[in-house]
Design a protein around this ligand. Sequence first.
Ligand code: NAD
Length: 325
Amino acid sequence: MSIVLVTGGAGYIGSHVCKALAASSHLPVTCDNLSGGKAEAVRWGPLEQGDIADTGWLASMFERHRPDAVMHLAAHADVSASVSDPSPCYATNVGGTLAVVDAARRYGNCPIVFSSTCAIYGNAPGLPVTEDTQTAPVSPYGATKLIGEHALQHYRVAYGLRSVVLRYFNAAGADPDGEAGERHATTTLAIPKAIRAALGIGPTFLLFGTDYSTPDGSAVRDYIHVVDIADAHLRALDRLLSGGDNLTLNLGGGRGISVLEMLKAVETVTGRRVPVEPQPRRAGDPSALYANVDRAAELLGWTPRSSDIRTIIASSAAWIEKTSD
Ligand code: NAD
């Protein structure tokens, strides 16, 4: 059994990662300030409440729990908010990430699995996006995540700190057992918004951008089931614990789906119409982004097994129905 510090373990993806760790007989220790996450999402190991930018608190977490590895998911992950109010995004995604990376270095180079994002690619020049595609973030959020990646590369060269960087595309779906899911008071994720609109428990779906140079004019995204993300974390952990070196990997469903196609799939799965209101494009949103995931398949033996769009939507709808009043 390994002990894994999971920053952001009370959040949407982090709670699924903790469940997967526990199912593989590891102990996830959640380090989270509960700014976005929820204490009730922490069910598979202890919760330590604190801010990752607090270096003294972080050092005490390493001393108390003596982890074998870190999974660093804590972040401000709202792209739009990072444009209008970048300060908290920089504080956590840069300041907090550097604190985590430095604490891991001081604690005997404890290896790290880092949550990065497709937002580092910005408006990618060619599709699908590979890990060698030029990075050119168009939002403060993407820029801060890229700084985290650079820090990890520099710490590998200078100090020998090993890490696996996972660049997730659009996380979606919920635990098939109904034990975890997105718990944000107000979701920023497109699929839950569409499902809530269809079920009549959320506002009309705002369709940002109808004039992109895509086949149907709506933005094209790559949705990945959150359980596939959790599975990749376990594989990355195994690699690091067995001495493997740095890797940077895309994690996506490997398929571009337009927002209009996603809405149609929500209607098919729920049997309800999604009320939609077209809006202008949003700042920081690229027109089309989807992943080539061959490298994760080759180097981790990982494939997005559960990331079919209808599987994603069905699990998300079940979670929303279970958790809405
Ligand atoms: P989330 O907001 O549900 O989880 C983030 C967690 O971090 C929350 O529990 C929050 O309380 C915690 N946190 C935030 N700031 C903190 C701080 N200063 N100290 C301690 N804890 C703090 O978000 P999520 O969707 O689960 O995202 C998890 C990670 O995955 C993030 O790093 C995000 O950038 C990355 N990511 C998410 C997506 C996606 O589609 N959701 C895509 C790509 C990458």
